[in-house]
Design a protein around this ligand. Structure first.
Ligand code: ATP
Ligand code: MG
Length: 266
C-alpha cells in the first residue's frame, strides 16, 4: 500500500555521525597544534584527511582516540557527544586506529600483536567473544590477515622479523579487526607497495560498506582521492576545506594544503 497523504513526514535525511571532532583546539605549551579543526565522518563514509607536515593531522586523530584531551571543542561518536580520557575509552566505543608510529610490539608474535590492547578478549572478562584459546586467536588473526590478502611467513614469528610493509599490513589488519564504529588510519600505506596500497584502499571501502566511518590521513593524494568520498584539509590546525572527493584534483588539494591564507599570514 502506498501512502500519498500530504501530512506524511518527509523521508529522514539524517545521516548517522560515526565520528566527529567539532571546533577542536589543542595546545602543547606554546604550540597551537589545532586551532579550530572540524571533521565529521558519517557511517558508511571514507574521509581523507590531508595537510602539510605539522598541520595537525596526527594530533587530531589522537584527540579522537582519547590519547590527547582537547582544550576546546567536542567529540561525537555514533551521534552522541562523548568524553574520552584514554585510548581504552575509544576502544570501548568501537574506535580503532592504525597509528603513524604503528604501535606494534616488536618482540612478540604477529598473533599476540593482533590482540595487543584487547587482552580482556583472551581472558573472557569484558569480551564479546568470551575467552579465546590460542587456537581461536590464531584463527581470528589469520582470517583478518587473509581478508586483506596479507601473506606472512608465519603468524608465530616476532614482528621484528617482518619487513616494514608487512608490519604496516599487520597494524592495518589489527585495527580493522577491532573497529566497530570508526576506523582511523594515519598514513597506513607509507611503507606499502602499489598492490598492497590498493588492497588497503579496497579494505577502507569494505569497512565503510559495513556501516563504519573511516578517516584516513594520507600523503598519497591520488590514491586517497580515488578511495575517499570526502576530503578535509587541515592548514596550520584549522579546517581549510571540506568537500566531496569527486571533482577535486591533486593540484586543487596541494594549493589549499600549502597556500590557504598564505597571503593573509605573510
Ligand atoms: N606531544 C606533542 N608535544 C608538543 N608538540 C607536539 C606534540 N605532538 C604534536 N606536536 C606539534 O603539533 C604540531 C602538529 O603535529 P602533528 O604531528 O599533528 O602534524 P601532522 O599533520 O600529523 O604532520 P605529518 O604530516 O608530518 O605527520 C607540530 O608543530 C608538532 O610539532
Ligand atoms: Mg602525522
Amino acid at each position: 500500500m502506498t501512502n500519498n497523504s500530504s501530512s506524511a513526514p518527509p523521508p529522514s535525511t539524517h545521516r548517522k555521525v560515526a565520528l566527529a571532532g567539532h571546533n577542536i583546539a589543542k595546545r602543547f605549551g606554546h604550540v597551537n597544534a589545532l586551532i579550530d579543526a572540524n571533521v565529521t565522518v558519517h557511517a558508511g563514509e571514507v574521509v581523507a584527511l590531508f595537510g602539510d607536515n605539522g598541520a595537525g593531522k596526527s594530533t587530531f586523530l589522537k584527540t579522537l582516540l582519547g590519547v590527547h584531551q582537547p582544550d576546546e571543542g567536542k567529540i561525537i561518536v555514533d551521534d552522541q557527544e562523548v568524553e574520552m580520557n584514554s585510548i581504552r575509552d575509544a576502544q570501548n566505543l568501537g574506535i580503532d586506529c592504525v597509528h603513524q608510529e604503528l604501535a606494534l610490539a616488536p618482540d612478540i608474535s604477529v598473533v599476540d600483536n593482533m590482540f595487543l590492547g584487547h587482552e580482556e578478549m583472551r581472558h573472557g572478562g569484558l569480551g564479546l567473544l568470551g575467552a579465546l584459546s590460542r587456537k581461536d586467536m590464531t584463527e581470528k588473526a589469520d582470517a583478518a590477515l587473509r581478508e586483506l590478502s596479507i601473506n606472512l611467513p608465519s603468524l608465530k614469528i616476532a614482528v621484528r622479523d617482518l619487513s616494514g610493509g608487512q608490519r604496516q599490513a599487520v597494524a592495518v589488519a589489527r585495527a580493522v579487526m577491532w573497529s566497530r564504529s570508526a576506523l582511523l588510519l594515519d598514513e597506513p600505506t607509507a611503507a606499502l607497495g602499489a598492490r598492497q596500497s590498493e588492497i588497503v584502499g579496497d579494505m577502507m571501502r569494505t569497512v565503510a560498506s559495513r556501516g563504519l566511518g573511516v578517516l584516513c590521513v594520507s600523503h598519497d593524494l591520488p590514491r586517497a582521492l580515488k578511495f575517499a568520498d570526502r576530503v578535509v584539509i587541515l592548514w596550520r590546525g584549522e579546517t581549510a576545506l571540506d568537500a566531496p572527493a569527486a571533482g577535486l584534483t591533486v593540484p586543487d588539494v596541494v594549493s589549499t594544503m600549502v597556500g590557504y591564507k598564505k597571503e593573509e599570514a605573510a
